[in-house]
Design a protein around this ligand. Structure first.
Ligand code: SF4
Length: 352
């Protein structure tokens, strides 16, 4: 047996052994129901386990079957999702639930290839469902797995590049043990999340330490290599909150932009922080409207956008006047507004 083959087999065995004693008890690990596994995977994309867990529990409780989710009103699903961000996930999730309900009679497709044809299910999620629910021997490759493999095997290929996806994909498939592939997949992801974590890997108590490249070359902080080519765009939002007694005006966002299908206030997008700060002087200067409270500037960070937001309150005594400003705006009382799905920054602002 070559040293390379030995090392790879040894690696998988050690990861599984580690998992048996160190894994966290999480509800989606106790089930092979593909619907619950899919829910957990969609929720946990871009979200930490601690933050995602209560959302998972709420979704399972509110929609115990995929038919329940497929038949749920869109606003209700988005409201339950509020705070998780990346709302396209919730939109795709609902779309896919309807397809599985209508075209597959509530039965999840049971292979990696078939799962990949569904909207919102990419390579990673298809592999996770195929592996955990149907025990198909296909390797999962998420950020945790990339990190563990890059560090342990000393791979410096950019994990965000097509070459990286190919190289790591091949290696992770080779490492997959014939038996227990579904346990190994869980194990390596958990190992990356708990033991070989991004900032502070616990090398001192790591069972792979002796043969780990990063540990032996002191390269834990350098690996994996990820070259992020996407620039963060800055945007400046002036939100005017029209108020009529205890009601506030909101509208549903329908355009192809962030926060699609969520509710926000009357929005004027500006081109600089300076224009945002001067907004009141320029926007309503020539009108009879008197501006009430003006908030400070809030910053909201999305993956590829940094948004600077300021809120301006305006009382209008005649609710008919609202249509002068925008046809989409509608007045809601406090309770109604609370129930609407909103970007988390707006939901929090209303609670202040
Ligand atoms: S020794 Fe450190 S860097 Fe290497 S696999 Fe273990 S935790 Fe990760």
């Amino acid at each position: 047996m070559s040293l390379e083959v030995f090392t790879k087999q040894n690696f998988s065995d050690k990861i599984i052994l580690w998992y048996e004693t160190h894994h966290r008890d999480l509800p989606w690990r106790e089930t092979q129901n593909p619907y619950y596994i899919w829910l957990s995977e969609v929720i946990l994309q871009q979200t930490r386990v601690k933050q995602g867990l209560p959302y998972y529990e709420r979704f399972v409780e509110t929609y115990p079957t995929i038919a329940d989710l497929a038949n749920a009103p869109e606003d209700e699903v988005f409201r339950l999702w509020q705070g998780l961000g990346y709302y396209s996930r919730a939109k795709n999730m609902l779309h896919t639930a309807k397809i599985i309900h209508q075209e597959y009679q509530d039965k999840f497709p049971n292979t990696y290839d078939k799962l990949l044809t569904l909207k919102g299910i990419g390579k990673y999620t298809a592999a996770a469902i195929a592996s955990f629910a149907f025990e198909e021997p296909v390797a999962v490759l998420d950020g945790n797995v990339y990190r563990v493999l890059a560090r342990y095997f000393g791979i410096s290929t950019d994990i965000a590049s097509p070459q990286g996806a190919k190289e790591f994909g091949k290696l992770s498939q080779e490492l997959l043990p014939e038996k227990k592939s579904h346990i190994y997949n869980q194990a390596i992801m958990e190992f990356g999340a708990v033991q070989c974590s991004p900032q502070k890997p616990d090398c001192m108590y790591c069972p792979l330490r002796e043969s780990c490249y990063a540990y032996n070359h002191n390269k834990q902080q350098e690996l994996p290599i990820k070259i992020n080519k996407v620039k963060v765009k800055e945007r400046f939002f002036a939100y005017t909150i029209f108020e009529n007694n205890d009601k506030i005006a909101l509208r549903k966002r329908t355009g192809k932009d962030i926060w699609q299908n969520l509710y926000d206030f009357h929005l004027t997008e500006l081109d600089s922080l300076e224009s945002l700060n001067d907004f009141m002087d320029t926007a309503w200067a020539k009108t009879d409207i008197s501006v009430g409270k003006i908030s400070s500037v809030y910053k909201h960070q999305l993956t590829h956008q940094k948004i600077f937001i300021k809120f301006f309150h305006i009382q209008i005594n005649n609710s008919q006047l609202l249509s002068v400003f925008s046809k989409d705006l509608q007045f809601f009382n406090k309770d109604e507004a609370h129930e609407l799905p909103k970007p988390i920054l707006i939901a929090n602002y209303l609670l202040e």
